[in-house]
Design a protein around this ligand. Structure first.
Ligand code: NI
Length: 206
């Protein structure tokens, strides 16, 4: 048993114990979304300035005129993030197959909540595991905090004593934003790719 294996097993045990509680936490939509839906105002979304996996500066305004699928997570996430990003990737592939014109209007964004470890290089190494169009964004802790605040995304560092490293606890929703940058709907991490593709297609009207 290498120290890495021991650390991974300890992490896994922690995840199993905390899994139930976390799943419940993550399934609860943030209150702001509920109020956004009822008041009809866009409480989710807003300006951001980040850096993509190629080192290029990206602002939310760069994507005006296109629909954005936005997901916040981090590359060290052992389970929910990679699964959700695969679901998002699969949804885009499905959309590309059934409604190629609609698919061209969608840009998938992955924004890290762990800028400390998710450098441009880390994002560049992570991105190829997912849809080729995926834009993997990082930035300074301040830039990331501003983006997360705009999207009402909760995240917090959780120290792991056993491994001496940390996990990020974070809300896990895929947001669909309109061509004007306004919030349209969101999907939780249990949504199926078919559902997401259908919903996006419906919103685009293709
Ligand atoms: Ni995660």
């Amino acid at each position: 048993m290498t120290p890495l294996r021991i650390a991974l097993i300890a992490l896994l045990a922690l995840l199993v114990l905390g899994g139930g509680w976390l799943a419940w936490q993550k399934l609860r939509p943030p209150l702001t979304i509920t109020s956004a839906t009822t008041s009809g105002t866009a409480a989710v979304g807003g300006p951001f300035e980040l850096v993509d996996q190629t080192g290029e500066t990206r602002r939310d305004g760069d994507y005006r005129g296109r629909y954005m699928l936005v997901y916040f997570g981090y590359t060290y996430c052992p389970d929910v993030c990679p699964t959700t990003l695969l679901i998002m990737s699969r949804a885009l592939t499905l959309l590309g197959e059934t409604a190629p014109a609609a698919a061209k209007q969608v840009v998938p964004l992955f924004i890290t909540v762990d800028p400390e470890r998710d450098t441009v290089e880390a994002m560049a190494a992570y991105q190829p595991s997912f849809h080729p169009d995926l834009v993997a964004l990082t930035g300074t802790p301040e830039q990331v905090a501003a983006a997360a605040k705009a999207y009402r995304v909760y995240y917090a560092k959780v120290e792991d004593q056993a491994s001496g490293t940390y996990l990020m606890d974070h809300s896990s929703f895929i947001y669909l934003m309109g061509p004007d940058g306004a919030y349209l709907t969101h999907f939780d991490h249990l949504a199926q790719p078919e559902e997401i593709a259908e919903s996006v297609k419906r919103h685009i009207g293709g």
